[in-house]
Design a protein around this ligand. Structure first.
Ligand SMILES: [Zn+2]
Length: 289
């Protein structure tokens, strides 16, 4: 089987979309789920998915898996589920009268695109000291950016696709080398066949990182905080059209796609995280229009 490698992430391992494997995604607006405990929840209760909710009347605090989740003034909140989350989650609210209400979440598993390779995972030669020094500084900048809470309300919007194109690498796809798993693909790759195509903000937000020079792996990296722990990252850009601290609106052009960093061809790698959980973009934006 020959796979085209144009327009994929190299370091982050993407698999080309295979003919005949059509991922079926539910509508991004989500399905309403149970409200018996007073929680109102709408979203995709699955690995890589998310829920927007309203806490029960009188709720002072909400916790997911024992970890506090912030509420807005109308008791609304956002939670999400990592690619490897589940099968169960526990959502709790402590009411101002001291009672605690709980609801159990069943997080549906996904069938990830897994390719088994009969060759060993390439042994990693010790990277040069100069690379390690640069890389640790880049990783620290990414972590510092993700720690910023901009108080944006983009998390309340249905996300839009940053650019239309061919899906050249799916979220969650992974290669297994003689039984040893490589790291899975952390975002979705979108190819338009060329560099320079403008892309837009998928939701309102604040720019938390705009690389002034290319990162070793991500190239020209742009990160947008959508509030409540939700953020987007855009990799391999040829040009960034916003700078750190800028407030951006959904649909605003924020950069141009490219192949800076480690990429096999021009494409936009779009990844979404909620806290430490990696999410599947089509579950938030729906099918490519
Ligand atoms: Zn990618």
């Amino acid at each position: 089987m020959t796979l085209s490698i144009a327009g994929r992430c190299l370091a982050l391992l993407a698999l080309a979309a295979l003919p005949g494997i059509a991922a079926s995604y539910p509508a991004a607006s989500g399905d309403a789920v149970q409200g018996a405990t007073g929680f109102e929840l709408v979203g995709q209760q699955t690995q890589g998915g998310w829920l927007r909710g309203t806490a029960p009347a009188g709720a002072g605090e909400v916790r997911l898996g024992g970890v506090s989740v912030p509420l807005d003034a109308e008791r609304r909140f956002f939670i999400a589920f990592d690619r490897d989350a589940g099968p169960d989650g526990l959502l709790e609210a402590t009411l101002t009268d001291g009672r605690t209400v709980t609801t159990k979440l069943a997080i549906a598993p996904r069938a990830w695109q897994i390719e088994r390779i009969a060759v060993p995972l390439r042994p990693s030669a010790t990277p040069p000291a100069e690379f390690l020094r640069r890389r640790s500084a880049e990783v620290a900048r990414i972590a510092a950016a993700r720690a910023i809470d901009s108080h944006s309300e983009g998390w309340r919007q249905r996300l839009v696709w940053p650019v239309r194109g061919r899906i050249s690498g799916r979220f969650g796809s992974q290669r297994i080398y003689q039984g040893v798993p490589g790291s899975y693909h952390s975002g979705i790759d979108i190819s338009t066949g060329q560099s320079g195509t403008p892309f837009v903000a998928p939701a309102d937000g604040v720019v938390i990182l705009a690389a002034e020079s290319p990162f070793t792996l991500e190239g020209n990296l742009l990160m947008i905080d959508h509030g409540m722990g939700l953020n987007s990252a855009f990799l391999h850009c040829s040009q960034l059209l916003v700078k750190a601290g800028d407030v951006v609106r959904q649909g605003q052009v924020i950069g141009r796609i490219g192949m800076t960093g480690r990429a096999s061809g021009p494409h936009l790698h779009w990844s979404i995280k909620w806290r430490d959980a990696r999410l599947d973009p089509p579950l938030l934006a729906g099918a490519m229009p």
